[in-house]
Design a protein around this ligand. Structure first.
Ligand code: HEM
Length: 539
């Protein structure tokens, strides 16, 4: 009898406890959902798929910029049937909180970055795609000296040679000749990476049909397509284009394997990136990186290094061509430094290391171009591993947080009503990163201001905030200094030697109309400008 009375009491207690637990979990879930719902969200284009179709389209950066303009520094987007949204942060100061080491620091989203590993088999996390960990840390630290001033000074002669040969090819087209600067820049930057990684001339500038260049576009297209479409492997059954792109994925793996084997056999000079990668040690095993890891690192540095930089160069040339007043001011600065023809010195000299610190308008032009045409447009994506505060909102665990420099760069609240104007003058006071920072390569200036918070939290007297085109914090761009050097040398040389024009584009908006996002922001089908030898400039 006692037993009978006790049993229901225990059952009731258990049931009550369970109910309380369920209520607690439900209340917490409801609180989290309510927190997320407080974050502004634009109307979704699709009832079923939410904002996903727009995010996956080549115009994604433009949609995101528009939505952020309407919603503010943090925008909530709905991804099809997924329960968790994607948050897009468009304020560099808020982004810096999660990107720089500190209480709100967030790691990269592994699920998302793994999708970028398709070009190397076996799929291996690499410097770009790995979450922070001992191997990433060791490789990143080992590679850093390859981007030091000492190493880059040794790269400069080869970069100059490639740039001057490219300029000669432009001159050979005759006055007003049409030049696809997108192609031209890719040839230069892929050759730079060929020399720096493989110690080999990939033949882009000499006009050889470079297999690396040919397959790389297809590799990117396949990466993007697989990302968008989980059924993509089936596409090869009826699409010749998909077959070609998937073949490029396979071929890329083979080429990188061959290159890695060649590098292991005969190590390249000590200023090269490959030299440093070969010297990296796996801290867990205490051994050099195994072949799979080496191949993964070589493959990602090649891709990360040449694609982004080539688009940064071609957008900058396009913007200069579309804005004659900017071109004129830039040329006067170059001519005063001996880098454009004058009556006294009709043959401009070659770019020197020290020029990086004494061409403030060139720096400002590059920074403005990186604001309006940020090549790594969608920047970086992190995942909350705990509840954090972001832009005044509480964000629960397990939410993807994207910081897009392109979106940040287009925000009226950060850059004012002339946000869409290509106006290098806005950086004249230095802005987030000091354009006249004095470093020979010009890059340390960006990095210094970026790290000291100047970029994100710049006061009015320091100019507008840095949109962080190279990201920031421990996972910022490893190759920033090389990218800056290439940008300066190529833009200064080509603008010094030629007068550039573009048909049918007279504003940043006109250039944006030509853009598509395919892992990087690029001019669809190339960017065609006209070049005429520059007449002596009055200084
Ligand atoms: C204008 C040119 C460039 C731009 C705009 C750019 C931009 C970026 C951005 C935004 C990131 C962060 C990506 C993320 O978190 O998902 C990044 C990472 C990286 N970039 Fe660049 N990049 C450029 C040139 C280069 C060059 C020249 C190299 C090497 C030769 C390079 C190598 C890397 C590597 C290895 C990472 C991964 C770093 C890490 O996670 O530790 N990039 N870059």
């Amino acid at each position: 009898m006692v037993q009978d009375e006790w049993m229901p009491a225990a059952a009731w207690t258990l049931a009550a406890l369970l109910a309380a637990l369920v209520a607690l979990v439900a209340a917490r879930a409801a609180r989290r959902a309510a927190q997320l719902l407080r974050i502004p969200s634009p109307p979704a284009p699709s009832l079923l798929l939410g904002h996903l179709p727009a995010i996956l389209s080549p115009r994604a950066p433009f949609y995101l910029a528009e939505w952020a303009e309407a919603c503010g520094p943090v925008t909530r987007l709905r991804m099809a049937v997924a329960t968790k949204p994607l948050l897009v942060v468009s304020d560099p100061a808020e982004a810096a909180k999660v990107l720089r080491r500190g209480p709100s620091y967030l790691p990269k989203s592994r699920a998302l970055y793994a999708a970028l590993e398709i070009g190397i088999q076996p799929r291996t996390p690499n410097m770009l795609t790995a979450s922070d960990g001992p191997v990433w840390k060791a490789v990143r630290a080992c590679v850093a000296p390859a981007f030091s001033a000492t190493s880059l000074k040794q790269v400069l002669p080869s970069l100059l040679d490639l740039t001057h040969r490219s300029a000669d090819a432009v001159a050979a087209k005759g006055p007003g000749g049409e030049v696809d600067v997108s192609d031209l820049a890719k040839r230069i930057t892929s050759d730079v990476m060929g020399l720096l990684l493989f110690g080999e001339d990939l033949g882009g500038v000499s006009g050889k049909q470079s297999e690396y260049l040919a397959i790389f576009n297809d590799l990117l297209a396949a990466t993007h397509a697989r990302f968008i479409n989980p059924l993509r492997p089936l596409w090869v059954l009826w699409s010749a284009q998909a077959r070609r792109q998937e073949a490029a994925v396979v071929r890329h793996n083979v080429l990188m394997g061959e290159m890695t084997a060649a590098l292991q056999k005969s190590p390249p000079p000590d200023y090269t990136i490959a030299h440093h990668i070969l010297n990296a040690k796996d801290p867990v095993r205490g051994q050099p990186l195994d072949t799979a890891q080496l191949k993964a690192e070589i493959g990602i540095v090649f891709g990360a290094g040449f694609e982004t930089t080539s688009h940064a160069i071609s957008w900058t040339l396009g913007a200069v061509a579309a804005h004659p007043e900017v071109q004129e001011r830039l040329v006067r600065e170059l001519a005063a430094a001996g880098l454009a023809p004058t009556a006294d010195a009709p043959q401009p000299r070659g770019f020197e290391w020290s020029d990086g610190g004494r061409l403030p308008y060139l720096q400002a032009v590059i920074r403005e171009s990186l604001r309006l045409f940020s090549p790594a447009s969608l920047g970086t994506t992190r995942e909350t591993d705990r509840e954090i505060e972001l832009g005044g909102y509480l964000v629960p665990r397990g939410v993807m947080v994207m910081f897009s420099p392109f979106v940040a760069g287009l925000q009226t609240r950060l850059y004012g009503d002339d946000v869409m104007e290509f106006k290098p003058e806005r950086w004249a006071a230095g802005g987030g990163a000091k354009a006249d920072g004095g470093d020979a390569a010009g890059a340390d200036a960006a990095r210094v201001a970026d790290q000291d918070g100047g970029g994100a939290a710049a006061g009015a007297e320091r100019g507008p905030p840095d949109p962080l085109p190279f990201s920031t914090g421990p996972r910022d761009c490893a190759g920033l200094a090389l990218a800056y050097l290439e940008l300066q040398v190529v833009v200064a040389t080509l603008v010094g030697r030629f007068s550039w024009t573009i048909d049918g584009a007279a504003s940043a908006a006109d250039l944006h109309a030509l853009a598509g996002y395919h892992v990087t922001l690029q001019a669809e089908g190339g960017l065609r400008l006209r070049a005429a030898p520059r007449a002596p400039v009055e200084v």
